[in-house]
Design a protein around this ligand. Structure first.
Ligand SMILES: Cc1cc2nc3c(=O)[nH]c(=O)nc-3n(C[C@H](O)[C@H](O)[C@H](O)COP(=O)(O)O)c2cc1C
Length: 410
């Protein structure tokens, strides 16, 4: 019997779940997954969900973000839901593996910010559904916007709070920044990178993402591929001058330059001493005049991650885009990612109601982990039964083929 739960009879819906699972799980496992899901629909999710899952199913869902162990492989991606204290509070209480703060545009010690045009509130944000998503189950947020509009003075108290709440709740807080990007043969304004990185490092941030993406296809600046590759080859090294403890993940740009260029950006990141890459945080569509994620981004990203691994590149990958089920999460892990990031499913309006009561952060995480049709527990049990692997990290490591020391920074 499942720890802490009373046995109960099965409803018709639960029986359907059980029947759908017959090919992969034992009857006992199927019943346990459904019981667990049903129980926690009406009970508060415990703080130690990861431990309880391990006790009940023999599945370890802890995962990694570079050198950090995280509770589970689901991270809230940077955007409009990771920019206030109340949001990071809710994320931490819900029990995500981590959160990445809305990208911040850096400045030097005198407050000079060469990229200040990117400090701007979004012009518009709307929910979009693909034509084949007739039930409106997979909202995609389309948005026209840039990065966090605050300067460092206003941003720092928020970043400090976010780091503290993350530490207290065992949820990994990750910063995302953009500072000066040189054009042509221009020199770097290193002061912006170093000052911003050091200010956040002093608040406790050791893990950073670099958001190269404001220059998407809508902007002619990113059309020069050599210049883009130079950013990847040099920016992480500059940030690491602050401390060898700093880990940097470069986010791949996702313009329509084809699969080979995605690999070139990864190789440039390695040359730049990046510790990992984020694959890849947005696509830009002329027809919508908007950046977005969703299923289309997921398909491109899965292909990129598989191509990275096929080439024998062992760099850690954080995968983002198009996550609506635990199965989506495990697909990314299977392709060779360490963890996954999502925003649209939390921010958008899914037309199918969530069964779990509470705020959206809780509802989404509950569904991704516990859903008996396609949640992480159910997907991991299939892997355990077929491959004998019962840990998400282990599964990821096997798929990545051992990450070698050369990706550590010092
Ligand atoms: C409204 C909005 C704002 C975003 N802002 C940022 C940002 O500041 N920095 C960043 O790296 N990605 C940003 N993103 C991209 C997301 O972090 C995410 O990688 C992408 O939307 C794919 O995930 P999804 O399919 O769940 O939407 C933003 C996305 C949305 C929808």
């Amino acid at each position: 019997m499942i720890h802490g739960m009373k046995p109960h009879g099965l409803t018709g819906r639960e029986r359907t779940y059980l029947n759908n699972m017959t090919n992969h799980l034992t009857i006992k496992q199927k019943k346990a997954v459904v019981d667990f899901y049903t129980y926690y629909q009406t009970h508060e999710i415990p703080e130690d969900l990861t431990g309880i899952i391990k006790d009940n199913f023999g599945i370890d869902i802890t995962s990694k973000y570079c050198d950090k162990i995280i509770k589970n492989p689901v991270i809230v991606a940077p955007g409009q839901i990771t920019r206030t204290t109340s949001q990071v509070n809710l994320i931490s209480k819900a029990g995500y593996g981590g959160f990445v703060l809305k990208s911040f545009v850096g400045e030097d010690q005198n407050g000079h910010c060469s990229m200040s045009e990117f400090r701007m509130k979004p012009e518009w944000i709307k929910t979009f559904y693909e034509p084949d998503d007739t039930k409106g189950e997979r909202p995609i947020i389309h948005w026209k916007g840039r990065l966090d509009e605050r300067d460092l003075n206003l941003y720092k108290p928020f970043a400090q709070y976010a780091h503290k709440i993350g530490m207290e709740s065992g949820v990994c807080a990750i910063a995302s920044i953009l500072c000066h990007l040189p054009r042509g043969k221009e020199d770097w304004i290193e002061d912006e990178w170093i000052y911003t990185t050091s200010q956040l490092y002093e608040l406790g941030y050791h893990t950073f993402e670099i958001d190269f993406c404001p220059y998407l296809k809508s902007n002619n600046i990113a059309k020069n591929k050599d210049m883009v590759l130079r950013w990847y080859k040099e920016a992480p090294k500059i940030m690491k001058k602050v401390s060898c403890e700093i880990k940097v993940f470069s986010k791949l740009l996702n313009p329509e330059w084809g699969d080979e260029f995605q690999i070139q950006m990864v190789e440039a990141s390695i040359e730049g001493k990046a510790d990992g890459v984020v694959v890849a945080n947005r696509i830009y569509k002329e027809q919508y005049q908007s950046a977005h994620g969703g299923k289309e981004l997921k398909e491109i990203n899965l292909r990129t991650i598989k191509n990275i691994r096929k080439k024998g590149i062992k760099i850690p990958v954080s995968a983002t885009g198009g996550i609506y089920t635990g199965k989506d999460v495990i697909e990314y892990i299977e392709a060779g990612a360490e963890n996954t990031q999502l925003i649209s499913y939390i921010m958008g309006r899914a037309r199918t109601p969530f069964v779990k009561k509470g705020n959206k952060f809780k509802q989404v995480l509950f569904k991704l982990i516990l859903d008996p049709e396609d949640g992480i527990i159910q997907e991991m049990l299939k892997i355990k039964n077929s491959l004998g692997i019962s840990s998400v990290s282990e599964f990821s490591k096997i798929k990545q083929r051992k990450i070698v020391d050369r990706y550590t920074c010092c």
